[in-house]
Design a protein around this ligand. Structure first.
Ligand SMILES: Nc1ncnc2c1ncn2[C@@H]1O[C@H](COP(=O)(O)OP(=O)(O)OP(=O)(O)O)[C@@H](O)[C@H]1O
Length: 455
């Protein structure tokens, strides 16, 4: 395998595992050899190799095999030459004797994940679903006295959380070039923490994280269930809040809904401003498409996009912004390749797969499964006869969602719920509608479930 092929394989991996994972786990891998079905990599630490083995081995094997180098097994060896564990993250300084005072953490240690230059406030389209999140992010980006801490942004996949966090960081860096702003994913936080533990550099780690002016942690749900990382995060969080330093956190759901996150952390996260990025509406999607199309018109001079195409896409692709952007990118690239105007026909042809996937309908079985999972009950109890409140209520939630999210009639839904009568389903749906008005926990549950089902 040539170096070039490995570069191509890495590009394929970037698409598969996402930018954050790629930067943290794939980029630092060094392919050392490939023979007899074994790919050998050099990694910064044993932990690193273990992690890649457990989480990304299948992806890597598959991409290598596709590139013409069949691989059955991956092997990892720790690099002998000292080097930074991650491209963007400087290794901690060598251990200082305990009695000597430590120097202040160096500027370069403060480098977190790289910021995407395109993710600015200027390129963020504001609409009803994200206006509060945008306003709060702007407020934080102004700097000055901390008014809410933390700012907690949450929302489904691809709705702009990372974009807003990068925009805050860009703005702060422009306004206050001296400010110590650290942006990283929760996964990188864990990685740096474990690395510090291994290298007995935990003091350096603590000092570093306590010396920042603004800390931004993306996808915090990642640390749920990881006990010592949570513990360290908790202490870091408290220390910064005590010093009145701004914290910005993002997650795929509200603090209270993150499973396996310690209660004390949940409650801290709820102390500041918790803002939801709602699923996009038609106007916002159209706005985003128009902005992107302007950019592409510049790039592909001479390309014409017929009236109604952007409206058609905004109407049909409702999943998330990333998919929407991907569709437009593909459309422009394809049209420029074949030298044709972008018409509705061309869009339907070129984006058939994306349009089909967006048409995906939620099924009653999926609803039952997700609701059972959420409330921790058996799937069989969804259709069974038990009347216990802890089972009957989730069942009614599933009935309600089945009515809302599928085109099925009440008798049809009744049949899928163990042959219940349509009046039972109607009663269940009404009950949930009534309760939702007064029970905010239930309303939150429903919002989350709806989002999970429509993702
Ligand atoms: N309102 C918006 N205006 C312009 N672009 C947007 C907007 N919302 C999202 N995007 C774009 O959509 C893509 C996905 O956004 P982003 O990575 O911020 O999502 P996310 O909420 O962090 O999702 P994930 O949970 O998957 O990380 C990015 O390219 C981003 O620029």
């Amino acid at each position: 395998m040539t170096n070039e092929t490995w570069v191509q394989v890495r590009e394929g991996l970037l698409k598969r595992v996402g930018r954050n994972n790629f930067v943290t786990w794939i980029e630092p891998l060094r392919l050392m050899g490939l023979d007899e079905g074994v790919a050998r990599f050099e990694v910064p630490t044993l932990f690193f190799g273990d992690w890649v083995q457990r989480n990304f081995a299948d992806h890597i094997r598959m991409r290598l095999t596709e590139a013409g180098s069949p691989v059955e097994r991956l092997e990892f060896a720790v690099s002998n030459t000292p080097r930074a564990p991650l491209k963007e993250v400087k290794a901690a300084a060598p251990a200082a004797p305990a009695a000597r005072a430590r120097p202040a953490p160096a500027e370069e240690d403060l480098r977190g994940a790289p910021l995407d230059a395109r993710f600015t406030f200027d390129s963020f389209v504001v609409g009803k679903p994200n206006e509060l999140a945008h306003a709060a992010a702007r407020r934080v980006a102004e700097g000055g006295p901390v008014t809410f801490n933390p700012l907690f942004l949450y929302g489904g996949v691809g709705l702009g959380k990372t974009h807003l966090m990068h925009a805050i960081a860009h703005d702060l860096q422009k306004r206050q070039p001296g400010a110590r702003v650290l942006y990283l994913s929760a996964e990188q936080f864990m990685y740096r923490f474990v690395q510090a533990l291994r290298e007995r550099e935990i003091l350096g780690f603590k000092e570093l994280f306590r010396s920042v002016d603004v800390l931004m942690v993306d996808d915090v749900q990642f640390i749920a269930g990881k006990d010592s990382t949570q513990e360290e995060f908790f202490h870091t969080f408290n220390a910064l809040v005590d010093q009145n330093k701004q914290i910005v956190i993002s997650a795929d759901r509200a603090p209270g809904e993150i499973k396996d996150l310690e209660e004390r952390i949940k409650s801290r996260l709820q102390c500041g401003l918790v803002v939801d990025l709602h699923p996009t509406d038609y106007e916002l999607r159209l706005g985003i498409l128009q902005q992107k199309a302007d950019f592409y018109r510049e790039q592909y001079r001479g390309l014409v996009i017929a009236d109604g195409v952007l409206e058609f896409l905004a109407h049909r692709i409702t999943t998330n912004v990333r998919v929407l952007e991907g569709a437009l990118t593909r459309l422009f690239a394809f049209a420029s390749l074949v030298g044709r105007e972008i018409t509705l026909d061309l869009a339907q042809d070129c984006l058939a797969d994306i349009l089909r996937a967006s048409d995906r309908k939620v099924t009653i079985e999926e609803i039952q499964r997700k609701v059972a999972e959420h409330y921790n009950i058996r799937l069989s109890d969804m259709i069974g006869p038990k009347r216990l409140r802890t089972i009957a209520r989730p069942r009614q939630v599933a009935m309600y969602l089945a009515k809302q999210l599928t085109p099925r009639s009440l008798p049809e839904i009744g049949r899928r719920f163990g042959g219940r009568d349509h009046t039972t389903i109607m009663h269940g749906v009404r009950k949930i509608e009534e309760l939702m008005a007064t029970d905010s926990q239930l309303a939150d549950d429903l919002q989350l479930l709806r989002r999970l089902l429509q993702a």
